[in-house]
Design a binder for this molecule. Structure first.
Ligand SMILES: NC(=O)c1ccc[n+]([C@@H]2O[C@H](COP(=O)([O-])OP(=O)(O)OC[C@H]3O[C@@H](n4cnc5c(N)ncnc54)[C@H](OP(=O)(O)O)[C@@H]3O)[C@@H](O)[C@H]2O)c1
Length: 423
């Protein structure tokens, strides 16, 4: 049943972005997520965390109520009080069946993003799928849905104006940095060398920033980004001892704990009291909140880019409406695809069984008669049997697909769930 799909999510629409960090999986996700899946007896799981949202997509044929939300938060963040868990859980949305599928398609098409039209979400969805699959969380239900989701996002981008003159969180942050008075001769520390800072680095180069130092956990990736930006590479460990001064820090890593602590920041300043700019696009933030609170800093984070993002959203309203119509059609069509896939899986043993009957006929039941034939007659018999095999395999599959299509509008499970997911 499509009703087996569920999404539990917390997004920029539901809460301030800082709250998102209390619903994400802390470090060691590769061990925590399989344990969660087992604990809740979900058949499949897909986890996504971006700067806009945290999402748990899971497949469970049983009805799922709200009660598990606080249990999940307790497992993820035992340090939260019960009152905090209840408050966060009340903001999390739980969607089922067609509503869950619609939401996923909207996410992939960037309709639910802070910045509409940002294609980066497609890469994030794909990368997350590869990782979830690698650690054994996904099966056939999620594989099918993810493939359909990416196809849908591409359709939306090519059939609507949603991605025209596209913006990104990084572009908005860069504009905010320039508005804050950044100049191309500024000394910039890029802390982190992932996708986001690489994109930020491109903007820095494009607008003539030349004095760049890149710090990263692995020196190798720092070197790659330094090469692209004409900067100097350092390992993250060297940040605390860096004494060449700075005007701007752009920090963005996947660390769950602050990278720019007050101690490190004070060391970097070396008593400099002029105003600095700190851009932090990480969720959870990589800058300890004591830094903007205690020092002379213009602090730019995703939360304060909302105003520009909503201006951009207003200009995309017509495109969003067109995308919503397309997505509704795709949600409806997914039922057919899903039912057909269940038929294929339930009957996947048929070709092998028919082939076995053929082999038995030739080598056992009619072995003597077959051997008595001359080679030309044997070839004709084999040709006929091959033909019969192909046709016999197709008949039950075709009939079952037709029956499933007749039943699907009622969403009744005419075909039993196969025992094993074939990924
Ligand atoms: N992608 C986007 O469009 C986007 C936009 C805005 C904000 N963000 C946010 O930006 C953050 C990073 O995203 P991304 O897409 O750039 O990630 P990414 O491409 O996966 O890169 C992760 C970066 O974080 C570093 N890192 C990972 N774990 C770390 C740890 N424990 N301590 C220190 N450094 C660590 C990695 O270092 P190594 O090179 O050593 O692995 C790498 O530089 C996330 O919080 C994300 O939500 C992303």
């Amino acid at each position: 049943m499509l009703d087996g799909y569920h999404i539990l999510t917390l997004t920029h629409r539901d809460a301030p972005l800082q709250v998102l960090s209390q619903a994400i999986v802390p470090e060691d996700a590769a061990n925590i997520l399989p344990a969660l899946k087992d604990h809740f007896e979900w058949k499949e799981l897909y986890y996504l965390a971006t700067c806009n949202r945290v999402m748990y997509l899971f497949y469970d044929a049983n009805p799922v109520g709200d009660a598990f939300k606080t249990d999940l938060l307790e497992k993820l963040h035992p340090e939260l009080s019960e009152a905090q868990r209840v408050s966060i859980a009340s903001r999390m949305r739980l969607l089922h069946g067609a509503d869950a599928i619609r939401h996923l398609l909207e996410v992939a098409s960037s309709m639910d993003s802070l910045v509409i039209g940002e294609r980066e979400i497609i890469r994030q969805l794909r990368t997350a799928y590869d990782w979830n699959h690698e650690i054994g969380l996904c099966g056939d239900h999620i594989r099918l849905l993810m493939r359909y989701t990416i196809e849908t996002a591409k359709l939306v981008y090519s059939n609507t104006a949603i991605g025209e003159k596209s913006l990104s969180v990084v572009a908005l942050a860069f504009q905010a940095m320039e508005r804050a008075g950044a100049r191309p001769d500024a000394r910039v520390l890029l802390v982190g060398a992932g996708e986001t800072n690489t994109l930020y680095g491109r903007f820095l180069c494009k607008y003539g920033y030349k004095n760049i130092a890149v710090f990263n956990r692995s020196l190798e990736n720092a070197q790659i980004l330094a090469e692209k930006t004409g900067g100097t590479a350092f390992s993250l460990d060297q940040l605390a001892d860096y004494r060449a001064g700075f005007d701007i820090i752009v920090v963005c890593t996947a660390s769950n704990t602050p990278v720019i602590t007050p101690e490190i920041y004070a060391g970097l300043l070396q008593g400099d009291t002029t105003r600095k700019i700190v851009v932090d696009l990480s969720i959870p933030h990589n800058t300890d909140l004591l830094v903007p609170a205690s020092f002379h800093v213009q602090y730019i984070e995703i939360e304060n880019l909302r105003t520009q993002a909503s201006e951009h959203r207003k200009q995309r309203e017509a495109a969003c409406q067109a995308a919503a119509v397309l997505i509704e059609e795709r949600v409806f069509a997914y039922r057919d695809l899903w039912h057909e896939r269940q038929v294929e899986r339930a009957l996947s043993h048929i070709p092998e069984e028919v082939r076995a009957v053929k082999e038995k006929a030739i080598h056992s039941v009619f072995a003597k008669d077959f051997e008595a034939l001359d080679p030309a007659a044997q070839a004709t018999v084999l040709k006929m049997l091959d033909y019969m095999e192909k046709k016999c395999v197709a008949i039950p599959i075709k009939a079952a697909k037709a029956a499933a299509l007749r039943n699907k509008r009622k969403d009744s499970p005419a075909i039993p769930e196969p025992k094993q997911a074939s990924v």
